[in-house]
Design a protein around this ligand. Structure first.
Ligand code: NAD
Length: 335
């Protein structure tokens, strides 16, 4: 019997990759363009599993509905699981995720944001197309010898460190659970958040969004940073208090911001909104700075990562229905 999987937030590139990888697994796939939430959970009726992405909103209501309709598994096709109420799901429905698909994809996008901001490539691209070959305002700085603070040294943070060491940058690292063996082997230093804020020319975020990390970057932490600091966020939008970041950009305390995520991204990211009026004033203000680069949660988006995401997602679903051990289950841990 072919198990039925309802794939939400399905774009043409998702369909292509999932259909191709599914040739091996043989699931019955239905694709829905919506990201799963209260308003459309009925679409999952008849499915054995739902496959969801970063902007789904799986709260208690959605979980109850899924269970009532006989859906047995929530398969996240991403690493982060902050958008599912894991505590409420415990004992009701299993949740799996893709913890690793290509830390290189995210690390390389992180580097792209840093270099583009520093050397103003986004502005030069536009300027030269207008036959303006002036360099005014484009002076950058050598990354070599500068200090970068890496917050979160899991799979992605460690890959970022490897890449930035290649540029000859000094690394300061912070993690709730420091990996001292990694630090020794790679000659990097774990330190406190305050030390990172005080000493880093560039700060890059690679920790998950949790109650502890929500608005980690806010008025208070920004005040402790070096003048003109470059902030990079390829983690999750709510790691940064966007209005406080905007204040920092206006006062020029923050010199550059490279953002692949935004706290209210669910309403816009992955959609073509070019025919509508932008009603989010915070996003509009953010997009008005020429020292801000915003990408639409695309750090993961490489051929290799997409293939690995589909493969691990189908393997998770397959293992679950085969009654095998599910190694990528998201298990609720009561504090
Ligand atoms: P990981 O689990 O391997 O690493 C996360 C690290 O953060 C761990 O070392 C953990 O100890 C640390 N951490 C947890 N709480 C912390 C805290 N309060 N302060 C500091 N460190 C803390 O995860 P990963 O694969 O490296 O991914 C990191 C994050 O990147 C994910 O949670 C996800 O939100 C984000 N991500 C974004 C994209 C994208 O396309 N932009 C893609 C994948 C992942």
């Amino acid at each position: 019997m072919a198990y039925k999987v309802a794939v939400f937030d399905a774009k043409p590139y998702d369909k292509d990759t999932f259909n191709k990888v599914n040739e091996v697994y043989g699931f019955e796939l239905s694709f829905f363009k919506e990201h799963l939430d209260r308003s459309n959970v009925v679409l999952a009726g008849g499915a054995d599993a739902v496959c969801i992405f970063v902007n789904a909103n799986v709260d208690a209501y959605v979980i109850d509905k899924l269970c009532a309709m006989g859906v047995k598994l929530i398969a996240l096709r991403c690493a982060g699981f902050n958008n599912v109420d894991i505590a409420y799901a415990a004992g009701k429905i299993k949740v799996v995720r893709v913890p690793e698909y290509s830390s290189h994809a995210i690390a390389e996008h992180t580097l792209a944001l840093m270099l583009c901001l520093n050397r103003k490539v986004h502005r030069a691209f536009i300027r030269t197309r207008d036959w303006n070959f002036s360099l005014n305002g484009f002076m950058g700085f050598d990354m070599y010898g500068k200090t970068v603070g890496v917050i979160g040294t899991g799979k992605i943070g460690k890959t970022v460190i490897g890449v930035l060491k290649g540029l000859g940058m000094n690394i300061l690292a912070y993690d709730l659970y420091p990996d001292h063996a990694f630090a020794e082997k790679n000659d990097i230093k774990y330190t406190s958040l305050d030390e990172i804020y005080a000493n880093s020319d560039v700060i890059t975020l690679h920790c998950p969004l949790t109650k502890e990390t929500e608005y980690l970057i806010c008025e208070e932490s920004i005040a402790k940073m070096k003048d003109g600091v470059m902030l990079i966020n390829t983690g999750r939008g709510k790691l940064i208090h966007t209005k406080h970041l905007i204040e920092g950009l206006i006062s020029q305390k923050v010199g550059y911001a490279g953002l692949d995520v935004y706290e209210e991204e669910g309403a816009y990211f992955y959609e073509d909104c070019s025919d509508s009026v932008l009603t989010d004033d915070v996003l509009a203000r953010l997009l008005s700075f020429n020292n801000v680069i915003l990408t639409s949660h695309q750090a993961f988006f490489t051929q290799e990562a997409m293939g690995n995401i589909a493969d691990t997602t189908f393997e998770n679903i397959s293992d679950f229905f085969a009654g095998k051990e599910i190694k990528n289950e998201v298990v609720y841990q009561a504090k």
